[in-house]
Design a protein. Structure first.
Length: 115
């Protein structure tokens, strides 16, 4: 009725010694996958987050920056939670400090006029 049932019973787990070694061999691929994941994903993200925290902590008046929404401006005022950006002559906006994506230039005081 079931012609392969004898084959299925014959393919059972081996008995005896060596069971612990095969168990350790099963964890080696998992450890390798985690190590690869660590070096390719987790570690670079942690480094990028650390660099961003450093950038945000070093913001000062006169720096030219852009936000993560793509707005370029010059920092006019820095507070604990926000920065005021001048995005055009006499037009300023307030932005949450952590939303600054990158510094384009170190500020050296007043920006030259763009005529």
């Amino acid at each position: 009725m079931f012609p392969l049932i004898e084959t299925a019973y014959a393919m059972g787990f081996p008995s005896g010694e060596g069971g612990g070694i095969s168990m350790l061999g099963g964890f080696v691929p998992l450890i390798l996958v985690f190590a690869i994941f660590w070096f390719l994903v987790i570690r670079p993200q942690q480094k990028k987050a650390k660099d961003h925290r450093l950038l945000v902590s070093e913001l000062k008046k006169g720096d030219e920056v852009y936000t993560d929404s793509g707005i370029f401006g010059t920092i006019q005022k820095v507070t604990d939670q926000s920065v005021t950006l001048e995005i055009a002559p006499k037009i300023s906006i307030r932005v949450i400090r952590s939303r600054i994506a990158e510094r384009t230039k170190e500020g050296k005081g007043k920006r030259p006029s763009q005529d």
